[in-house]
Design a protein. Structure first.
Length: 332
């Protein structure tokens, strides 16, 4: 029996995938990194257990430029991961399905999900930005009414125009990028994309449910923030029940850490880019957490618990995918 080129390619893809799965294991460096991450997180939580109020009283400033920048533009990690995942799935479907009707419907559906994520991303960014500018015009702290983007305060046509423009440009870039990928690469990326959507769902659901159950007041919601007492303060381990307050854990910090997941979309042979994406993801997670305490939107314990949960979730996802954060750390 004579094999065609397509048969040979499929056989090579299968062998490559099987080899990758067999060889994958957690390295000593990764184990050390997780232990260091947990150690720092637990130490921060211990400090927060006794000094949450003191930390807030020492650093809170709703006029902080640092705090406002990350409040306005670091809350989109979930949308970015879902957008990238939707684009990968869309063009994977376009490439793999032969039935034209089903291919058009499924690809179009995933591209619409990508557009939806851009609209959601811009809703957050524009609402926070316009709130900040309005605060400046009214002579009040920049972050005062900007901690929750609850109202539409921007031209809706601006959001849709930017979203559609970005959607067309980015979809074209993704289509061209993925068109050059081998079958092995596409098989890897589709796993990353599906797991990415699951990671975002689990993260948002977990943090959202905990927020409701804990019912914790935010620092800026305290009756006093400069004296020795804060009338509505409760420690992080105290559950208040559903009361409309949702400080614990931090949703912004969750989104900041989710940027770290983008590292797995980087080609596994591009070590330099993997390192850059890991540094970027770590920076977004840490700086977003710090900014939320600085602006008085969260307590130190809020951002610490969110960091631990999402950091461990992303690490668990990497084990499921079979990818290291930086591949040259893998055992050959």
């Amino acid at each position: 029996m004579q094999l065609t080129n397509n048969d040979v390619r499929q056989a090579q893809d299968k062998i490559g995938n099987e080899t990758q799965n067999i060889d994958f294991r957690t390295t000593d460096q990764e184990k050390q990194a997780v232990l260091i991450f947990l150690g720092i997180g637990l130490l921060s939580l211990l400090i927060a257990t006794f000094f949450d109020r003191n930390v807030t009283q020492a650093v809170m400033n709703q006029n902080s430029i640092f705090g406002n920048i990350f409040q306005n533009y670091a809350d989109q990690g979930a949308q970015v991961v879902t957008f990238v995942s939707a684009e990968v799935i869309a063009w994977y479907i376009w490439r793999r399905l032969n039935d034209h009707l089903i291919k058009y419907i499924m690809t179009g559906g995933m591209l619409l999900l990508a557009l939806n994520q851009l609209l959601s991303l811009l809703q957050d960014a524009l609402s926070y930005t316009f709130s900040m500018l309005n605060n400046l015009n009214n002579g009040v702290p920049m972050g005062l009414a900007n901690n929750t983007a609850a109202v539409q305060n921007y031209p809706e046509v601006l959001r849709w125009s930017l979203a559609i423009l970005l959607w067309i440009m980015l979809s074209w870039l993704f289509a061209n990028w993925l068109n050059k990928k081998s079958n092995v690469d596409m098989n890897y990326l589709i796993i990353v994309a599906v797991v990415g959507i699951a990671v975002v769902f689990i993260a948002q659901t977990t943090i959202g449910d905990m927020k409701n159950l804990w019912g914790r007041f935010r620092p800026y919601e305290m009756t006093t923030v400069s004296g020795q007492t804060m009338s509505e303060f409760t420690p992080w381990y105290h559950m208040n029940g559903i009361n409309g307050h949702n400080s614990f854990p931090s949703g912004h910090t969750m989104s900041g850490w989710l940027f770290l997941y983008l590292d797995f979309f980087v080609p596994r042979d591009n070590i330099a880019m993997q390192r850059k994406m890991v540094i970027f993801g770590l920076a977004m997670g840490i700086l977003t957490a710090m900014s939320r305490v600085r602006i008085g939107a969260h307590w130190l314990s809020d951002v610490t618990v969110s960091s631990i949960l999402i950091g461990l979730l992303i690490f668990a996802a990497s084990r499921l995918i079979g990818a290291h954060f930086v591949e040259n750390h893998a055992i050959k």
